[in-house]
Design a protein around this ligand. Sequence first.
Ligand code: DC
Length: 241
Amino acid sequence: MCPGCDPILRHGGISVEKYRSVAIDGPAGAGKSTLARQAARELGFLYVDTGAIYRTVALRVLRAGADASDPAQVVPLLEGLDIRMDYGPDGEQRMFLGGEDVSRAIRENRVSGLASQVSAIPEVRAFLLDFQRRQAREHDVIMDGRDIGTVVLPNADVKVFLTAAPEARAMRRVKDLEARGQSAGFETVLAEIRERDARDENRPVAPLRRAEDAVLLDTSELNLAQSLRALLDIIEERLRG
Ligand code: DC
């Protein structure tokens, strides 16, 4: 174990569990997962992608043929829900549903929409709260999502609100699609981003908002390497302090 990484700090003979946690929140398309994954690798922390957990619940709902927007159909499915998280030899987070590796299935486009719907159901959020917190009780983590600094880990050692202007996010998305041989008009993508922002910010449960003590990192004018450097600077400075 690296020096200073001892999880048990001794205070006057009392053992206090102490893992470090970094919460990264922000809108879709700001580069959270890419940056959080790379920062976690640099620091030797576990990267927890909480969106993947919501996506796994959404897949369960899809397979049950239930309506993801109807709590009366979704909530009963939570009972007996068998979700597990694991890390492959490459360090990538994998999700299991009923023992089956669903890491690829949860990335399908139709699951994205359903994840957005199930994540608006308070019972789903409450159900997943402990699941997410447990990771931070057992590891040094960088966790990304929408409500990590505000709800899941309000006492995180470092909180970052990672964002970029809608235009910058739209441009990145268009280039991303082009690189995959797909095309999309800038204006259409921009409109979708604005619409999703409005939905995330205005939902009644755990709306997307910056925690008061979160450091704002706007990557509109930064490339990937610059964004990563800026993120690591914030984390390292706060963890030292
Ligand atoms: O980050 P993502 O696109 O994989 O997230 C999937 C959905 O889950 C997205 O609609 C927002 C929601 N989500 C959430 O409400 N809270 C989180 N902590 C993470 C994701």
